[in-house]
Design a binder for this molecule. Structure first.
Ligand code: PA5
Length: 434
């Protein structure tokens, strides 16, 4: 099989007319993206990012990662939204499920996250964990002024300087921000931190393949060269409009379903390692499409876990949903259900079968039930959970998002709506100027 395959068979007959009718719109959207002639065209740096990223930059990121690995048992990534979710998604997908219960490995520090919430207990408990430990900080903010990461960074910087001394702390902090603007750039210059630039023309939610995602992923011990190679392949295969362009097909199918009244897309996985990938996807599609009174609402579930909580709603609730399932073809390990002589649990009919076979039958049974219940189903099959595949999957979703947003008639690259809560919060907190 290919690294990533898309099957729309079980969605098509729910909106065949709409799908057949939107081919030209999709092709126009791809051309608009390629030529940079659409709304938000100053934020198209992600389109050719994989092929235009230099080996020199990847080497430098790997060198910084090695330095942090050698000097830290914990590295805290401070950031929120697009400055957090991509790294969290890839690091979770590639990590051992129980990595946090193992002692730190001298070659691969534990990557922790802060600044993605304003929880007082979260902050205090993180400080408690890091007290007396060797740790470093990667602080990430494109604007350099976001409140959540700024608070977390102030606290962690103080702790690090107290523990390691100001001079040593300087070498344990890396800042990733705008080339010139923002408080974080000013601070990094004054303090002498190593810095990386978030390109001007790449928005937060499209930035995982810049140093924003690449450095934390490399620090966690994953191969960013392979990640980028997977993205480059997907960039090439989704460049032109054609029947094999899976980004075009996915964008067309979800727009066709939306036109036919399906307003909610549920991204479902059958592997808990993909939980945060869905969180990243939710931001990508939610911020890109939810505007001007339009947009498919992106939701996510982890199966089979959520079949025991959300399964009822999906099977029989309002018929305004469709499902996109990410299925991993081949797990990295093999485990079988053991046989038991007494068979008190009645499970011997599964004895000798792989756990994955049970999971795959659950997936197939779920697809059949949901489709019968009126839920269109798209299936994305990825070969395995590895860097190469994830790089391709990231770029696939980004490209499809750009196409889909233009087909919907919105500017997929702005996010004016996220300012509303901030203005209220700043006024309530009496921030100067509000
Ligand atoms: O996609 C976006 O633009 C946002 O989610 C941002 O990534 C998020 O608000 C963090 O912004 P910044 O990187 O400027 O701190």
């Amino acid at each position: 099989m290919k690294a990533i395959e898309l099957n729309i068979e079980k969605a098509l007959y729910f909106a065949e007319k709409e799908f057949n009718g939107n081919k030209d719109a999709a092709r126009q959207a791809i051309t608009t993206l390629e030529e940079g002639t659409g709304a938000g065209n100053d934020f198209l740096g992600w389109v050719k990012l994989p092929s235009e990223t230099s080996q020199e930059l990847l080497d430098r990121i790997n060198a910084t990662a090695k330095r942090l690995q050698e000097n830290c048992d914990y590295v805290v990534c401070v950031g929120i939204g697009g400055s957090y979710l991509g790294a969290k998604a890839v690091n979770t997908a590639l990590a051992d499920n129980f990595e946090y219960y193992y002692a730190p490995n001298p070659k691969e520090p534990k990557v922790l996250y802060a600044g993605q919430n304003i929880g007082e207990e979260y902050t205090a408990e993180l400080e408690k964990l890091l007290t007396g430990k060797r740790f470093g900080i990667i602080v990430i903010s494109k604007s350099g002024t976001t409140t959540e990461p700024a608070i977390a960074f102030r606290i962690l910087k103080e702790l690090l300087e107290k523990q390691a001394g100001k001079t040593a702390a300087k070498d344990l902090i890396v800042a990733i921000t705008d080339e010139k603007k923002g408080a974080l750039r000013t601070l990094a210059t004054q303090e002498g931190y190593e810095t990386y630039v978030i390109p001007d023309n790449v928005g937060g939610r499209f930035s995982v393949l810049t140093p924003v995602g690449l450095l934390p992923i490399a620090v966690a011990g994953h191969d960013i060269n392979k990640l980028m190679a997977g993205a480059v392949e997907m960039e090439k295969s989704t460049l032109r409009p054609n029947e094999d362009n899976i980004a075009e097909t996915y964008a067309r199918m979800r727009n066709a379903l939306y036109q036919s009244g399906k307003k909610i897309e549920i991204l479902a996985n059958f592997d808990p390692k993909l939980h945060y990938f869905a969180e990243w996807w939710k931001q990508l599609y939610g911020e890109s499409e939810g505007k001007d009174g339009k947009g498919i609402f992106p939701a996510a579930v982890d199966f089979t876990t959520d079949l025991h909580s959300m399964g009822q709603w999906i099977q029989e609730g309002e018929r305004t949903i469709f499902e996109t399932v990410i299925s991993v073809a081949e797990p990295a390990v093999e485990r079988r259900v053991p046989s038991d002589e007494a068979n008190l649990d009645g499970l011997n009919y599964l004895a000798g079968k792989r756990i994955d076979e049970v999971n795959k039958m659950a997936e197939l049974g779920t697809q059949m039930a949901h489709v019968d219940g009126g839920v269109p189903n798209m299936r994305i099959v990825i070969k395995s959970l590895d860097e190469h595949t994830l790089g391709g999957l990231i770029y696939f979703f980004e490209k499809a998002c750009g196409i889909s947003g233009y087909m919907l008639g919105v500017n997929p690259f702005n996010q004016p709506g996220v300012e509303a809560y901030k203005k209220n919060m700043f006024t309530l907190l009496k921030k100067p100027g509000y």
